[in-house]
Design a protein around this ligand. Structure first.
Ligand code: SF4
Length: 410
């Protein structure tokens, strides 16, 4: 809890009296932060609670007095609630099954004017559903909605996921792509296959981003195809600091790179940059536990035409079946939203997420995690299926430890 309060993401809860704002904070933090009472108007001054919320990180929940408060004291409390409105990064507009009325409409227009990301939370879903007309109106106005029950805990995980999607991009800390692995003046050799899958006349985004970050770090790089790697390394007067290869040639790159030179893949760098490498490495251990008939979801963020030897549709399913040696039911989904219910799957293998945001990927990871479904990504899975994952993770000891611990090896 060392993050300064001012640096934390502030999430305000607003709504009429007795819709369960305080209970909701208690459910989100799994603690008794706010006094909860069925008597309307129990929260007077804003109550703040600092909390580490997975996957967002350090946040402050701000509980406010009911926006329908009455009398002189009520007017004072309303003023304080209005000042909270001015400083929060995200607003949760809490209602119950009685629906979405004039108070809520007014608040939505104020939040829209301020461009504050908001989410309408219908609490008490254990007691009944909100009116269909309200849900349709909010959907038409493109206002995100979550149905939860603070009392029973229903969909509190879904609410955290929805909050994650609202976090401004600049608030999600992006780790380094490669700069921290390569001090100024050091050399990396990048191994880029030019095959049928390579776009014509250009490099793919992760390769371009890695080159750019190497240049930004005042380091150097040499780019070769996999066939030239051994020759290129032999011509260097001193070994490079790092070899970074495309996942699909990792086996050859490992064979051609001296063991003393660290090696990883573009996809593993992206897994750290766009997601959580430790969790994705831990999730990969589930590959070893797959049994006959298990369902696996291979999912890509973009939809694209299937190539002759498509990585997601052809190669990964083939390598996976060869590795486990039994029949698996493998669904491949491209371009679609990740299914809400992942529990039919024993494993989710996600693409490299180069075209999406870290926030989006972390929300997806969180969805799998809260449903108890392991998730890994293409780069980590391919290195495992090729038998070289420990080598490809040696730059990332925490991820390697997580993988080995999940295997029961440490
Ligand atoms: S986001 Fe995923 S599907 Fe889209 S280009 Fe990147 S790796 Fe491929």
């Amino acid at each position: 809890m060392s993050t300064l309060k001012s640096q934390r993401l502030h999430i305000g809860l607003f709504g009429r009296r007795n819709v369960g704002k305080s209970s909701l904070i208690n459910a989100l933090t799994a603690q008794s932060v706010s006094i909860v009472s069925p008597a309307p108007g129990t929260t007077t001054d804003p109550v703040e609670k600092s909390f580490e919320m997975d996957p967002v990180g350090p946040v402050v929940f701000v509980d406010t007095a009911g926006m329908d408060d009455t009398g002189d004291l009520g007017a004072l409390r309303m003023q304080r609630t209005a000042s909270v409105l001015e400083r929060v990064d995200i607003a949760l507009l809490v209602c119950d099954q009685d629906g979405f009325g004039a108070h809520e409409e007014k608040l939505v227009s104020v939040l829209r004017e301020r461009q504050t990301p908001m989410l309408v939370v219908f609490n008490k879903s254990d007691l009944g559903s909100p009116p269909r007309a309200d849900l349709d109106r909010l959907a038409a106005a493109e206002v995100a909605v979550a149905l939860v029950s603070a009392a029973t805990g229903r969909n509190i995980g879904g609410l955290k996921e929805a909050i994650t999607r609202l976090v401004p991009d600049e608030r999600m800390d992006e780790p380094h792509l490669v700069g921290d692995l390569l001090p100024a003046g050091e050399l990396a050799v990048l191994v880029v296959p030019i095959d049928l899958g390579a776009p014509k006349g250009r490099l793919i985004l992760p390769q371009v981003q890695v080159i750019r970050e190497i240049l930004d770090s005042d380091a150097m790089c040499m780019v070769v195809k996999e066939r030239e790697l051994r020759d290129a390394l032999g011509r260097l007067a001193a070994p490079p600091r790092l070899v970074i290869c495309d996942s699909q040639v990792v086996l050859k790159a490992v064979a051609d790179t001296p063991p003393a030179v660290r090696l990883t893949t573009f996809s593993i760098l992206m897994a750290r940059y766009k997601g959580d490498l430790v969790k994705l490495a831990r999730g990969a251990a589930a590959i070893h536990r797959l049994a006959a008939g298990d369902r696996v979801l291979v999912t890509e963020t973009c939809s694209h035409c299937e190539l002759a030897d498509d990585i997601g549709r052809v190669k990964i399913p083939r390598w996976l079946r060869q590795f486990v040696g039994v029949h698996l039911d493998i669904d491949v989904a491209g371009g679609a939203e990740l299914p809400e219910d992942l529990t039919p799957y024993r494993l989710v293998i996600h693409c490299g997420s180069c075209m999406t945001t870290r926030k989006h990927m972390l929300a997806r990871l969180y969805r799998a995690e809260r449903q108890g479904v392991p998730m890994t990504n293409y780069g980590v899975a391919i290195s495992l299926l090729q038998g070289v994952l420990p080598r490809a993770l040696e730059c990332f000891p925490a991820a390697l430890d997580a993988y080995q611990a999940a295997l029961g090896k440490v």
